[in-house]
Design a protein around this ligand. Structure first.
Ligand code: PEP
Ligand code: MG
Length: 580
């Protein structure tokens, strides 16, 4: 039966391929009855998985020796849960008595334990149910042979290029692991269009649709799918006519793309001769090739926290130095803006490995980004030293995420000074004049931008979070995705105010949120005075095309007029005029 689902268009293009269903460990463990003669083998499999996870915790503890005490305490707690007979022995009883497979036995016992913890009055004890789940999740992953993240396995004779991944949810870490794969597209039930999962999908340059609600349930393995990532449409089991239509659209899109490629070496300037810097956002050193291929004149945002996510522990100073140096050397003298870790919120694959027991009820408003870096002094110093060491190999700028208070700026600058002086003490060379800038991604920062302009060398507006915090909508929650509106008058006011304030004092300002790569907004931003954009490499050429067709001096008065409106209809009408 053919049917169509609608979700959030997250990464453009069309893919036609075969459904490949992904499963989440504890959600979907298989429930198998085993033969009596297999019971002891199943028990041994369970013991082996426990031993593997126990060893993993022990080696983690070793590596964390110099980390703050809470890291160790956290790992101790998980080791204790793992060794508890309720978890280590009772499932074996279930395997023997109920003849169920190890995964199923463990999940049954987990439900019992979680129920017990959740019934405690004491909040601390109640919250330990989360630890039980985490420990069980690890053992299950070990049992199903996919520690760390979901595995992508192709069937016999099926190429990855023909597969469309269908998942209930993918973490940013899952997606980053896919950078080493070449599948055709992916779709998920949950996730917002500016979630980090979505951002990574765009960087994979494959079509993606998120927020399909129950695609994972409705679709079967190997069914034929069409993903229209531009319109947010997923067609399951299309008939021949629809398939033909989409094949045609796919080749038209490919033709458009090849035409755009001719602009790669064209100068990025407007009709009235204003130069516009178009930079790339990257997540890993391996993305540099894409950035150059897309025609980037620099890296406007290197999201360094992704160095963590597919490994789950902290990279050492030397490892980080190598990563930063690779990027800066790869960019051959072009500027590279390195953002310090933006961990927390949706980017903790293994929170127990990285930042200890810091579970929060509202992580988007919690200890995220610079707040976490300032709390984790050693982690921050390690990163700053690595960035500074790399700064002698090219033009590096340092970008701090999620600042809102003057004292956080001052503390960050003091931390940079401390890292500098430790390097000086060791006679290690670095760029003494390294520029330091702030992400403007909290409304308070945009409104009180003077605090930033007086203390820093440059600003970069993170519209993904700025919109999230201005409109109070979780960017990774598809249920409120329809409220995510870059054209909300409050958002436009904050953007215009930040850009104009920076311009007045000649401090460079760029936008590195997803909005910068949306060619339908390029003229609006040029009219506000923006002269630097940073986006996914794949978006640079379409934005460049728009830049080359625009005239800044004509746009400025039109945008001033647009900004006088508050009514959404009027704003859209004016935008259409700009783009017309
Ligand atoms: C932003 O918030 O707009 C941004 C660029 O940072 P991130 O998407 O990594 O939060
Ligand atoms: Mg952000």
């Amino acid at each position: 039966m053919s049917f169509t689902l609608h979700g959030l268009p997250v990464s453009g293009g069309i893919a036609i391929g075969q459904a490949h269903l992904m499963s989440h460990a504890t959600l979907e463990v298989s429930h198998l009855h085993i033969a009596p003669r297999q019971v002891e083998r199943e028990v041994a499999r369970f013991d082996a998985a426990l031993a593997e996870v126990r060893d993993e915790f022990a080696s983690l503890k070793d590596r964390m020796q110099h980390a703050p005490g809470e890291f160790g305490a956290f790992i101790d707690l998980h080791t204790m849960i793992l060794a508890d007979p309720e978890l280590a022995e009772t499932p074996k009883q279930l395997i023997r008595e109920r003849r169920c497979n190890a995964e199923w036995a463990l999940v049954q016992q987990m439900e019992v334990l979680v129920g017990q913890f959740e019934s405690f009055e004491d909040q601390y004890l109640r919250e330990r149910s989360y630890d039980v789940r985490q420990v069980v999740e690890r053992v299950i992953k070990e049992l199903v042979g996919q520690p760390g993240r979901m595995a992508l396995r192709t069937g016999k004779g099926v190429k990855e290029e023909d597969l469309i991944v269908v998942a209930h949810d993918l973490s940013p870490a899952d997606v980053i692991a896919y950078k080493d794969h070449h599948f055709a597209a992916f779709v998920t039930d949950v996730g917002g269009s500016t979630s980090h999962t979505a951002i990574l999908a765009r960087s994979l340059r494959i079509p993606a649709v998120l927020g399909l609600h129950n695609a994972r349930q409705l679709i079967r393995d190997k069914e034929v799918l069409i993903v229209d990532g531009t319109r947010g449409v997923l067609i399951v089991n299309p008939d021949a006519r629809v398939l033909d239509e989409y094949r045609l659209r796919k080749s038209q899109i490919e033709l458009e793309r090849s035409k755009l490629r001719r602009l790669k070496t064209a100068k990025s300037s407007t009709l009235d001769g204003v130069d516009i810097a178009l930079h790339a956002n990257i997540e890993l050193p391996g993305d540099v090739a894409n950035a150059l291929d897309g025609g980037a004149e620099g890296i406007g945002l290197f999201r360094t926290e992704f160095l963590f996510l597919d490994r789950g522990d902290m990279p050492t100073e030397d490892e980080q130095f190598e990563a930063y140096r690779t990027v800066v050397k790869g960019m051959g003298g072009r500027p590279v803006t390195i953002r310090t870790f933006d961990l927390g919120y949706d980017k903790d694959l293994h929170p127990e490995k990285v930042v200890g027991d810091r579970m929060q009820s509202n992580p988007a408003l919690g200890l995220r980004a610079i707040r976490l870096s300032l709390a984790e002094v050693n982690m921050f110093q390690t990163q700053l030293r690595a960035i500074l060491r790399a700064s002698r190999h090219g033009k590096i700028k340092l970008l701090i995420p999620m600042l809102s208070q003057a004292h956080e700026i001052d503390q960050s600058l003091a931390a940079i000074e401390r890292a500098k002086s430790s390097l000086r003490g060791e006679n290690v060379a670095f760029d003494e004049a390294i520029e330091v800038g702030a992400m403007i991604e909290i409304p308070a920062a945009a409104l009180a931008v003077g605090l930033f302009l007086r203390r820093l060398h440059f600003l970069s507006i993170g519209t993904n979070d700025l919109i999230q915090y201005t409109l109070a909508i979780d960017r990774s929650d598809e249920q409120v995705a329809h409220l995510y509106d870059p054209l909300h008058p409050a958002v436009l006011m904050l953007l215009a105010h930040t850009i104009a304030s920076a311009e007045k004092v000649h401090i460079p300002v760029s936008i590195c949120g997803e909005l910068a790569g949306d060619a339908s907004l390029t003229r609006l931003l040029l009219g506000m005075g923006l002269r630097q954009f940073s986006m996914h490499p794949g978006q640079i050429l379409s934005v460049k095309q728009r830049v080359m067709q625009s005239n800044c001096s004509e746009l400025a008065p039109l945008v001033r007029r647009l900004l006088r409106h508050e009514e959404p209809g009027k704003i859209r009408e004016q935008l259409e005029k700009l783009n017309g």
